[in-house]
Write a protein that binds this ligand. Structure first.
Ligand code: NAP
Length: 484
């Protein structure tokens, strides 16, 4: 299969926070991969900006070392690295002061696509937007890319939307959620809307429940102080998991076009029921074998912040009434695995009697590791001796199905940055979506804060707190195993 590289127009991309962790690990290596793919037009420029004093040359050396650190040697031929570095420049500036902005203005062209990536702390988003505007740098078609977290609650998200709207139109604002840039997540839409097979079954009559799992093995480590002000609900559920839920639950948009897709997602968020305390399990990892506990990592002995959360969520509309969505995410779990599992109902009547090996059909969508999908179906066990059934997976691993093309799936960030350059907002969150998600999450968080709810302890390397098992057991269901 030949992968089609769709050309983009020449652009000026400014990465604010270009010396930070995200830029080094994701944004700059991602841009390099797009350069190799032929998507960085010759006259395009990538300008890094931060407060550190640096020449263009020093910045190129800095980026070269990031490429060495985060890309295999085979994937960064010297000639390509040299060619890519020639596109890079650096401007020293302070988001909160005036120094450096005129230098940036002199560097940035007005007759090419302009994109400004805000890879800095959210407290600086407003400063950047205002100065881009005030110094006359951004044109009316410029795009800004805004990192997570987008607000801490509804009020702060609203305030940020208002600040950004003072300088940029909604059509210019790209709120990034890198989960939406994952190949499998987009494939979820392709599977749903490009095949006749699934859509007739995609409802409460045929789907028993949905499980969305985002499990990590790492703890909060060096990010402890920040994470302790956030917790799993704010860090993962309100944004990433909510987006996944929306893509599963939304009605078919009339067209794969930003407004249409985002309208449908928004309707799902509006249809979410409030979640009561009986449908929430929060956890905190304990220390073990020389590994610190959550409260030690967070350096907050009395912390009530959750490093794990499981929720039963209901979508109150005709399609989904009666089909719960169980969400769980946590740190220091037994494996790093993210998966969406659509668990179908059993057949209405078994002509084979009560079979031991009987299992429901499950469409499992793996987001990491090894992006791919598996549909489990029941077949007859081979050989004589009657009709014994067994479950087999129809496996669609992208790496296997698509050969080298599948193995070299673009990272979420590189795909999303190219969408920004193309001016395609489909995979970015609209302001009203983010606000609606906070409007759903805020009362849930306020509820456990008012109850001074203590998260349940769980062992590092486990599947989370015992109570989370009960969330499904009491409904006659069970979590799928967390495994890589
Ligand atoms: P970071 O490592 O702390 O880097 C921050 C960057 O901002 C540095 O380049 C810093 O350089 C620059 N900066 C700080 N203050 C500045 C100012 N006043 N004016 C101009 N530049 C300034 O942060 P990060 O981890 O890369 O995160 C960046 C953003 O991405 C944050 O919004 C974060 O929430 C989000 N994010 C990060 C990750 C991740 O994996 N790291 C994942 C998801 C989202 P100087 O100090 O030299 O100015």
């Amino acid at each position: 299969m030949v992968s089609r590289v769709i050309p983009v127009d020449p652009f000026d991309l400014v990465v604010f926070g270009a010396t930070g962790d995200l830029a080094r690990r994701k944004i700059l290596p991602g841009l390099f991969r797009r350069y190799i793919a032929g998507q960085i037009p010759e006259s395009s420029r990538i300008t890094g900006a931060a407060r550190a004093e640096m020449t263009d040359g020093a910045f190129r050396t800095f980026v070269a070392s990031a490429l060495e650190e985060f890309l295999d040697a085979a994937k960064r031929p010297d000639e390509a690295v040299k060619g890519f570095l020639a596109h890079l420049h650096y401007v020293r500036l302070d988001a909160t002061g005036e120094a450096g902005w005129d230098r940036l203005a002199a560097r940035i062209r007005r007759d090419v696509v302009q994109a400004f990536y805000f890879s800095v702390a959210p407290a600086l988003f407003g400063d950047l937007a205002e100065r881009l505007h005030r110094h006359g740098i951004a044109t009316a078609s410029a795009r800004i890319v805004v990192e997570k977290p987008f607000g801490h609650d509804l009020d702060s998200a609203r305030a940020l939307n208002v600040t950004l709207a003072a300088h940029f139109a909604e059509s210019q604002i790209y709120r990034i959620d890198h989960y939406l840039g994952k190949e499998t997540v987009q494939n979820l839409m392709a599977v749903r809307f490009a095949n006749i097979l699934f859509e007739p079954l995609w409802n409460a009559r045929h789907i028993d429940h949905v499980q969305i799992t985002v499990a990590e093995t790492v703890g909060v480590g060096g990010r402890g102080a920040y994470y302790d002000t956030s917790g799993a609900m704010r860090d993962m559920v309100q944004n990433h998991m909510m987006q996944l839920l929306c893509l599963i639950a939304m009605e078919p948009p009339y067209e794969f076009e930003p407004g249409a897709v985002r309208d449908e997602k928004l309707k799902v968020i509006h249809a979410l029921e409030p979640v009561g305390p009986e449908d929430i399990v929060r956890g905190q990892y304990r220390g073990s074998e020389g590994r610190l506990s959550y409260v030690e990592d967070a350096e907050n002995p009395g912390s009530l912040t959750e490093s794990y959360i499981a929720l039963k969520v209901e979508v109150a509309n005709w399609r989904w009434k009666g089909t719960p969505f169980y969400l769980r995410t946590g740190k220091r779990l037994r494996a790093r695995a993210s998966e969406i599992a659509i668990v179908f109902k059993e057949v209405p009547h078994s002509i084979f009697g009560d079979e031991e090996g009987w299992r429901e059909n499950v469409l499992a969508i793996r987001l990491q590791p090894n992006e791919g999908m598996t549909l489990s179906v029941m077949i007859k066990e081979p050989g004589p001796g009657g009709m014994r059934l067994t479950e087999v997976p129809l496996d669609m691993s992208f790496a296997e199905a698509l050969g080298a093309e599948g193995a070299d799936i673009p990272d979420a960030y590189e795909r999303l940055i190219m969408d920004v350059i193309r001016g395609n907002q489909t995979l970015f969150m609209r302001g009203d979506e983010v606000e609606a998600a906070w409007a759903w999450a805020d009362p849930i968080i306020a509820g456990w804060e008012a109850r001074e709810d203590r998260p349940k302890g769980y062992d590092s390397g486990s599947s989370g707190p015992e109570d989370a098992l009960m969330l499904l057991h009491r409904d006659g269901r069970r979590w799928r195993e967390i495994r890589e």
